[in-house]
Write a protein that binds this ligand. Structure first.
Ligand code: ZN
Length: 312
């Protein structure tokens, strides 16, 4: 768990050691994503993991969570479990909470973009807050990275991409900007020809472009067969978290533990899992199954047996 205060990273100079600068950039990206998206639910951003286990880039994405109330931002890699909390982010230059002036009543389009294009957009200079919000609201889905924008936003973004390309002297980066320009131009043409979806914003947009539901991230448990709702949130809000690598964790009342999960064959929003954990210090395990609904996760069964590895 990496506990950090953003204020200590804001003034890092160009002469600082590489790892410190990389960490400052990572934390800045996380804060911008968490504040551009909605509060109250965890969602998987387009940010890639900065770690290199066994010298290969980790393939995980960074899931972010920001509570409704002022609180540290939580982040976690969906693959390697690298995680941390960031305090001191409020009212920093990376705080994108202010809703922008882009109108909500326009038509929106979801465009799939590559990691390289996402990184190019994050690297744009002199971006205004409206466009930063669009860039950092990009989320990961099972199909790839999704950029959600309307005609107005795409138009602004295109302007920044063009301006950056005009000032860019490095040929490689200029080529990337050119590629970004082409993708955004196509997207704008598509919006203008009416191929749009209804407005969606990061954490609400959990459905990927296909017909499967993206289950990764942290969910509030709203209902359980064995415990009633008030009991569930007695100690802290009950939650269950699904990582991309099909592990995860959960916590409710005095029970905490880990899961292995897979999609239920019968329902696109269903998930089956086995779990192991501790209930007030006793080792317990079991199997369960849950379904995702619009308001959160409803756990249909959470079978429990005492002692790990025994079946009764
Ligand atoms: Zn990772």
């Amino acid at each position: 768990m990496f506990v950090s205060d953003l204020r200590h990273f804001l003034d890092i100079s160009d002469e600082a050691p590489g790892p410190a600068r990389k960490m400052a950039e990572h934390l800045g990206f996380v804060v911008r994503s968490a504040t551009a998206g909605n509060a109250g639910a965890s969602w998987v951003s387009a940010l890639t993991c900065r770690r290199r286990p066994a010298n290969r880039p980790c393939e995980g994405r960074i899931a972010v969570f920001r509570a409704d109330l002022p609180a540290p931002i939580e982040w976690r890699c969906t693959a390697c479990g690298d995680e941390g909390v960031i305090s001191g982010w409020e009212d920093s230059p990376y705080d994108l909470r202010q809703p922008g002036s882009l109108s909500d009543d326009q038509s929106w389009l979801e465009t799939l973009v590559t990691d390289e294009l996402a990184a190019t957009l994050r690297g744009l200079m002199f971006l205004d807050m409206e466009c930063e919000r669009l860039v950092f609201q990009m989320r990961s889905s099972s199909d790839g990275i999704v950029l959600t924008a309307g005609a107005e936003g795409l138009d602004y973004l295109l302007g920044f991409v063009a301006a950056n390309a005009n000032h860019e002297t490095a040929r490689r980066r200029q080529r990337r900007l050119q590629a970004a320009f082409e993708v955004l131009t196509d997207a704008l043409q598509e919006v203008e020809s009416g191929h749009t979806v209804s407005p969606v914003v990061a954490s609400q947009a959990r459905e990927s472009l296909g017909d499967t539901v993206d289950l990764t991230g942290r969910w509030r448990i709203l209902e359980m067969d064995l415990w009633d709702r008030e009991a569930l949130d007695l100690v802290a809000p009950a939650f269950i978290e699904f990582s991309l690598d099909h592990t995860g964790r959960f916590g409710f009342i005095a029970v905490t533990g880990w899961i292995d999960w897979r999609r239920a064959a019968t329902s696109p929003s269903g998930v089956e899992f086995s779990w192991e954990g501790a209930d007030d210090g006793d080792q317990v395990s079991g199997r369960g199954w849950a379904a995702l609904q619009n308001d959160g996760l409803h756990v249909q069964s959470f079978g429990k047996q005492r002692g790990v590895g025994h079946t009764s």
